[in-house]
Write a protein that binds this ligand. Structure first.
Ligand code: RNT
Ligand code: ZN
Length: 421
């Protein structure tokens, strides 16, 4: 489509939305300001660069597929991220795991990491106008090989992981200060049991003690925020996870921490979209790990399905989008990894746009007056409104490809860069 056609289609759409009281210009502006945190780990199947040839191990998660061209080092990963970001409209943060450190080829253990090992990321983020979010890495490590970290019965192993947690918070604080943007540090510990444990309480007590110790350093919340991610089960931790939803929710409320809701970490028919409004008033904020579970926590690429739309609706309808940090968490090695980033992230933005193009106030009024007939009719009518014209216009304004044009760029990059790996 030519720019003129996009503009023309947008003007028509704008009129149509105006008739139901929706200001499309305002929606587009709001969308541009919502940051999305792009996870680095989609680029290399959660391997990280701690050692040459590092691969994901333990933690009960898995990236499946063997699509050629995965990033083998920091330069390749950053190059891929830059390429993906050039195809994405809006503001971004990059979400890093501690295992993506820049150690200059010299092994640095997890309890020894400092900002020095992330300086090249900070510089890169600054150059690319990105914020950074951060994650301690409690997997792919010999001291996590029996599936326990902060709840390990061995005090020394717990101590090691506590030091890692503390180090990561300090790094995040420095990152936040350097970039002038809050860094959210997400704590996800895979601790659990394959078979039914006798003592369910002990490990939960231990993990809370470990976390308390990690969080005992008071850091400036303007630059560093902590969140806690729960999980139902993992591969090898089918019978029990220490950090279940209740544990994380209670801990977050009791200690004033952010709660991280991962779309794949609940029972198959349980959805995080309904949890947003349930917990938002009781925690200082939420971190979302937007993902797509297929039969299990499979971390498929996010698509514009009903649940993604419902998540975005709640982010907007709850009226406090600034309290909700949107992070993506999927990893698919069976398709072009850059395309996975682009498809998933553009889907997230499309869902947010659809939510912003809703006459929320009007719908709420219908609800309060118990006119459920009108509410249902309106919601159904909205589904065929010309949101696509607004999306194209938004992409054009943001100077990124419209429609499927981004795919040509990815194919070209695959031929010129990825194929040589
Ligand atoms: C695992 C969690 C966790 C990880 C990342 C890599 O089930 O979702 O968030 O995916 O930390
Ligand atoms: Zn997650």
């Amino acid at each position: 489509m030519s720019e003129k056609q996009i503009q023309k289609a947008y003007e028509l759409a704008k009129d149509k939305y105006a008739q139901i009281g929706v200001d499309t210009d305002k929606a587009v502006n709001m969308l541009s300001d919502i940051p999305v945190s792009l996870h680095c780990w989609q680029g290399d199947d959660v391997g990280g660069f701690e050692q040459a040839g590092a691969e994901l191990s333990g933690g009960g998660i898995q990236a499946t597929g063997n699509y050629p061209g995965k990033a083998r080092n920091l330069d390749e990963l950053r190059g891929d991220l830059e390429m993906a970001l050039s195809l994405l409209p809006g503001k971004y943060k990059v979400n890093l795991h501690a295992s993506y450190l820049d150690n200059g080829g010299k092994f640095i253990d997890r309890d020894q990491v400092t900002i020095e090992h992330f300086q090249s990321w900070v510089d890169w983020a600054g150059e690319n106008d990105l914020g950074i979010d951060f994650n301690p890495t409690f997997f792919s490590h010999p001291k996590a090989s029996d599936g326990l970290t902060l709840s390990h019965p061995d005090k020394n192993i717990r101590k090691f992981w506590i030091e890692h947690g503390k180090a990561c918070r300090q790094i995040a604080l420095e990152m936040g200060k350097a970039l002038g943007k809050t860094c959210v540090v997400n704590f996800w510990m895979p601790d659990g049991q394959k078979d039914t444990p006798v003592d369910r309480k002990g490990p939960r007590k231990l993990i809370a003690e470990s976390l308390d110790e990690i969080f005992s350093d008071e850091l400036d919340e303007k630059f560093e925020l902590d969140s806690l991610e729960s999980k139902l089960f993992g591969i090898g931790a089918e019978s029990y996870t220490v950090c279940s939803h209740e544990v994380c929710l209670c801990y977050a409320v009791a200690r004033n921490k952010l709660l991280c809701l991962d779309a794949g970490h609940f029972h198959p028919t349980e959805v995080i979209s309904d949890k947003i409004s349930a917990v938002l008033d009781y925690v200082p904020g939420l971190l979302l790990h937007v993902s797509r579970p297929v039969r299990w926590d499979s971390d498929h690429v996010v698509i514009l399905d009903d649940e993604l739309r419902a998540i975005a609706q709640q982010i907007i309808r709850c009226g406090e989008p600034e309290k909700i940090h949107i992070g993506l968490d999927f990893f698919d090695a069976s398709i072009n990894r850059l395309a996975a980033w682009v498809i998933g992230t553009r889907s997230m933005r499309k869902a947010l746009l659809l939510a912003l193009l809703e006459p929320t106030q009007k719908l709420k009024e219908l609800e309060i007056s118990m006119d459920y007939t009108n509410r249902l009719a309106m919601l159904e009518e909205l589904k065929m409104f010309p949101a696509n014209a607004v999306w194209d216009y938004y992409c054009m304004q943001a100077d990124v490809p419209t429609g499927l044009d981004w795919l040509d760029e990815v194919k070209k990059y695959e031929k010129e860069v990825l194929a040589a790996r």
